[in-house]
Design a protein around this ligand. Structure first.
Ligand code: MF3
Ligand code: CO
Ligand code: CO
Length: 257
């Protein structure tokens, strides 16, 4: 399957899906507190997505994933399954939301602090945030995917962090994960060139220690091999004539009912 260029009609639907996904992160933020379980956060998001937004949580049953959101805490890199364990002071947590609205996907994630995290936890969180922002700044027609990967890798490694290689950003539309693969490492001038109308995610997973990962026996949760902290931020982007539109930008005022 080739890389799809979205029509104006499709882009409108992608904007709606992206906005809804971003709104879920705004909605859930006040609930992310010491003592709360990720199951509870999952249940709140599930109700919000299905009842308030009249949308579908894409992770639920995706290749057998058992929950509606991904929650990845501390040394968990991505695809953490919400569970009954309470969050504790100093945890860092990535909440990854993907919604489907009128057949189109919006995918976004961000980090939250629980209580007062360590300097190192704040640092890896900031580095991953800056990796995403620096790479978004490069998005425009003609940019090579390798330019994006290279910028992320440079910034992470310059700051003593590492880039997870086993998971990547992705084209997105009617299909959750479509072409192209958007690697978070690479060489400038390599890979395909972006074209106006492409929609894809960038979602760098940055480790405080070494880059290597492993999957837990639950078959989903990806953790750092060396147990170091990991942080990730994600946006769904549209390539415009002159740059990027961040499709996962929240509403000014999110719906509450
Ligand atoms: N939202 C993740 C991504 O950014 C994918 C989650 S798939 C799941 O691509 F099955 F783990 F939910
Ligand atoms: Co994604
Ligand atoms: Co995601």
């Amino acid at each position: 399957m080739a890389i799809l260029i979205k029509t104006d009609q499709e882009i409108e639907k992608m904007r709606t899906a992206g906005r809804l996904a971003a709104d879920v992160l705004i909605y859930i933020e006040p609930y992310i507190q010491i003592g709360v379980s990720t199951d509870y956060l999952n249940d709140l998001c599930h109700q919000y997505i299905t009842k308030v937004q009249n949308a579908v949580p894409a992770p639920l049953n995706y290749h057998g994933f058992p929950k509606s959101i991904c929650t990845s805490v501390n040394n968990q890199i991505c695809h953490g399954i919400p569970n009954s364990k309470p969050l504790k002071n100093g945890d860092i947590i990535n909440v990854d939301i993907t919604v489907i609205k009128e057949g189109y996907h919006g995918d976004t994630s961000k980090m939250f602090f629980v209580g007062e995290p360590s300097i190192l936890a704040r640092r890896v969180t900031q580095v991953s945030y800056d990796c995403l922002q620096k790479s978004i700044a490069l998005v425009r027609p003609g940019t090579h995917l390798g330019d994006i990967g290279h910028t992320i890798q440079q910034h992470a490694e310059k700051n003593g962090c590492s880039v997870v290689r086993e998971y990547c950003g992705h084209g997105i539309g009617q299909v959750f994960h479509e072409e192209p693969q958007v690697l978070h490492y690479g060489k400038p001038g390599t890979g395909i060139q972006l074209k106006e109308g492409m929609t894809f995610t960038i979602e760098p997973m940055i480790n405080a220690g070494k880059r290597h990962s492993k999957i837990l026996p639950d078959k989903w949760t990806v953790v750092t091999k060396d147990r170091s902290l990991s942080a990730q931020w994600e946006h769904t982007l549209l390539v415009t004539a002159t740059g990027a539109d961040i499709l996962t930008t929240p509403s000014d005022t999110i719906q509450t009912s």
